[in-house]
Ligand binder design. Structure first.
Ligand code: PLP
Length: 422
């Protein structure tokens, strides 16, 4: 008895809870795994029950003690999504979360709910291509302006950028992506939170949001550093098997309530099948990310010594004493599994290496069990303007590598033979 109590009293790690948290087998014929609730609608026991579920769904009353939200319709709620959201929250220690049919659906739904015409959005550069287009072109159509800053700019410089827009009083959100893709430059979360505070007033809080796709939810926990919202392309590490497109957002109850209501209206929620796939994936998340990070470290160190490699961009190789290193120590738990490197000789040589790879597949996307390589300059970052690319060391000689779970010696052997032939 006392033994059981002790076990229960201990706060369990997320990886221990990913197989069971939030799921009641007795509600599903005793099935050990949560089934796919592939249903559009749910049967109410009585009209009174239906009325009561809708009262909660439309915010007419709060949940009573011990009452659970009733299932209504799969655009509003579905067991696969609710269980998945509860499990996702455990990693970031978030109050609530929402899953979406893509990372872009998560980002666009969240930003559109929280910003209004006239507002200013500050974002880090470079940013994921889809987000970049959404901020610079789509938001503008709604009268929302955006302005960017570079990873190594100081707090004063960033404040000057905000002031120089003439819309400093309209700053509504700071949105960052850290580490930046593909060069792994870190953005200082603490600095962003301080800037958000500086521009917040009694009736307007500047919201801080981060795209945590590259290191989270295992190696980076931005809510602990004062961020309000954490966003994910769950297509990447969370899904982890290159077989699903999905997204997520986690944060406070208050913000998530707004985002979830807007998701219901926009219809950007994930499908039950997507939810089920991600529940499966979460069970091995820690294991996969840990092994991928271990592999990446060995590969990065090896690449760093290779005579045909000019420079390696990897968080585990940051120089002690540098500003980037201190940011890394402050906000990251491990270097993750994304490596970029410059091949001596430019695009021609980089293409030769990419074309010779055998085990490693030539594809965009990242975070999956299989290792992937791509050429950011001409592929993922093709639309980025040349000047910005130059500023961020993104040149034709750069190859981006997403390290998978294969034996690292096989990955190294594959890169070695490709470099030898190039
Ligand atoms: C892939 C990606 C996205 C977009 O996610 P989708 O699931 O493809 O919509 C957003 N941010 C980052 C950092 C990504 O890598």
């Amino acid at each position: 008895m006392s033994k059981t109590k002790k076990v229960l009293a201990r706060k369990m790690s997320p990886e221990s809870l990913m197989m069971s948290y939030g799921y009641k087998p007795e509600l599903s014929e005793g099935a050990i795994k949560c089934p796919i609730f592939q249903t559009s609608t749910f049967v109410f026991k009585t009209a009174e029950e239906g009325k009561s579920f809708f009262e909660v769904a439309y915010g007419k009353r709060a949940l009573r003690p011990l009452e659970e939200t009733g299932l209504i319709y799969s655009r509003i709620n579905n067991p696969d999504l609710e269980i998945l959201e509860n499990r996702l929250c455990l990693w970031d220690e978030a109050e609530d979360g929402a899953v979406f049919e893509s990372g872009m659906a998560a980002i666009s739904t969240t930003v559109l709910e929280l910003l209004k015409p006239g507002d200013l959005l500050l974002h880090s550069e470079p940013i994921y291509g889809g987000s970049d287009h959404f901020f610079k072109h789509i938001l503008l159509k709604f009268g929302i302006h955006s302005v960017g800053f570079m990873p190594n700019q100081s707090k004063e410089e960033v404040i000057n950028i905000i002031n120089s827009t003439g819309k400093a009083d309209k700053l509504a959100m700071i949105f960052i992506e850290s580490p930046a893709n593909p060069t792994n430059d870190l953005i200082d979360m603490k600095m962003c939170v301080e800037i958000a505070k500086k521009f917040s007033t009694n009736n307007k809080k500047v919201i801080t949001a981060i795209d945590n796709t590259f290191l989270g939810p295992v190696f980076s926990h931005p809510l602990k550093h004062g961020f309000d919202l954490v966003l994910y392309s769950a297509t990447k590490y969370i899904g982890g098997h290159s077989d699903v497109i999905a997204g997520a957002c986690v944060g406070s109850k208050e913000l998530m309530k707004r985002i979830k209501s807007f998701r219901s209206i926009m219809g950007t929620m994930a499908s039950p099948n997507t939810g089920w796939l991600l529940l499966r994936s979460l069970e091995t998340l820690k294991m996969r990310m840990t092994l991928q990070a271990q592999n990446a470290e060995k590969i990065a160190v090896w690449l760093n010594k290779h005579p045909k490699v000019e420079k390696v961009y990897y968080l585990g190789l940051l120089k002690k004493g540098s500003k980037q290193y201190s940011i890394y120590k402050q906000q990251c738990l491990a270097p993750g599994a994304m490596i970029s490197f410059d091949v001596k000789g430019g695009e021609k040589k980089a293409f030769k290496v990419l074309n010779q790879l055998q085990l490693i597949k030539l594809a965009v996307s990242l975070g999956s069990t299989e290792s992937l390589a791509e050429h950011p300059y001409s592929m993922t970052h093709a639309p980025v303007n040349d000047e910005l690319k130059k500023k961020m060391n993104l040149t034709e000689k750069l190859i981006r590598l997403s390290v998978g779970v294969e034996n690292y010696l096989d990955i190294i052997a594959d890169i070695e033979q490709a470099l030898a032939k190039a």
